[in-house]
Design a protein around this ligand. Structure first.
Ligand code: LMR
Length: 344
């Protein structure tokens, strides 16, 4: 290398180093705002979609031009698995994956939220998401380059297929789409179904083409993806819960100026309030819309049928204890008063 080109090489290496070391909030002294790309996989008019919009609006208003939040719904930017990788690589800054999607990262404890029947209602759930267990689980994400900011509610799941789902026997042999969770896999096997992991964005088509027979999700997700148009029967089992952890790339978050972080935390608290206040109603409304569409027949199991489903599914808690950690399961039982052998 000649001397001038050596000097040029050294200068560009130094510039590269400076750029890669500079913090996001200090990337330049210019007025360019800090951009937060927030990617998610559901429709804008779902609990998560609405909360993401509220967060964006409030963060931008409170940030007074210093923050720009771009929300990309409906897997526009990334599908389930890709979005987690994109976050770790820093291609997006913020996500709100469902709690079931953290185990593949190596934080298996999150699958505790998938255990069937573990929460009776939102009150039970909040004892965990707004208590010490929830906080501890979010902290565990730190080791994976992710900072957990909040839990956002969605709701309790229904099961759907193209045949009536009334008794436990009705699930036998059905190919059921699930999220990538070993607990959900075991739950479907416990009722004789054949679980199939698919990205959320691929579910509608898989149902439409008959690649899978049925699925589970809260009504807000089912309705906004039009899954009811390709599922003739739905059972309001409320057998399990689906909700979210809002997460940011850790390096990005730690590198933000403290006042910007404070603004984002405030916007997040407001968005969380909106999500958690509206999730129940959103799901009720979605169920009513599915019914009104006339495309799907709704069935609500009576206490005896629901108990039979519970008895078939609850052994999954024990089966999965060594994977999730019996201490976490026990802590949740203690917080909510759940009794695995209760007959109601
Ligand atoms: C699913 O894959 O069914 C859900 O996790 C989608 C979501 O984000 O609510």
């Amino acid at each position: 290398m000649t001397r001038p080109s050596l000097r040029r090489g050294l200068m560009s290496a130094a510039l590269g180093l400076w750029l890669s070391c500079s913090l996001p909030g200090q990337a330049s002294a210019s007025d360019a705002p800090i951009v937060i790309k927030f990617s998610h996989v559901v429709a804008p008019d779902t609990p998560k979609g609405k909360a993401a919009e509220v967060f964006a609006k409030r963060a931008m208003a409170l940030g007074k031009g210093r923050i720009k939040v771009e929300v990309y719904p409906n897997s526009q930017l990334y599908k389930d698995k890709e979005e987690m990788e994109a976050l770790q690589l820093g291609s997006v800054q913020m996500l709100a994956p469902s709690l079931s999607k953290f185990a593949p990262l190596g934080v298996k404890e999150f699958e505790v939220f998938d255990l069937p029947f573990i929460f009776d209602d939102y009150k039970d759930l909040h004892k965990v998401t707004q208590g010490p267990v929830g906080a501890r689980l979010l902290k565990k994400l730190g080791a994976h380059g992710i900072t957990g900011l909040a839990y956002w509610d969605n709701g309790f799941k229904v099961l759907s297929a193209n045949k009536p789902l009334k008794t436990v026997d009705d699930y036998k042999g059905l190919r059921m789409r699930i999220q990538s969770s070993k607990v959900l896999d075991a739950q479907m096997r416990a009722i004789g179904a054949m679980p199939q992991v698919l990205a959320f964005s691929e579910t509608y088509q898989a149902l439409q083409t008959g690649m899978v027979d049925g699925t589970e999700n809260p009504p807000s997700n089912l309705y906004t993806q039009k899954m009811h148009e390709v599922q003739k029967h739905l059972s309001v089992t409320h057998h399990g819960y689906l909700g979210y952890a809002v997460v940011v790339n850790r390096k990005f978050w730690d590198g933000l100026p403290a006042d910007i972080r404070a603004v984002l935390k405030r916007a997040m608290a407001e968005a969380t309030q909106v999500a958690n206040d509206s999730a129940f109603q959103d799901n009720q409304d979605a169920l009513a819309k599915v019914k009104a569409s006339g495309r799907t027949t709704l069935y609500t199991p009576g206490p005896t049928e629901r108990l039979a489903l519970k008895k078939a599914m609850v052994p999954v808690h024990q089966q999965m204890a060594s994977r999730i950690g019996s201490d976490v399961i026990q802590e949740i039982y203690t917080a909510t008063g759940f009794q695995p052998h209760a007959t109601h």
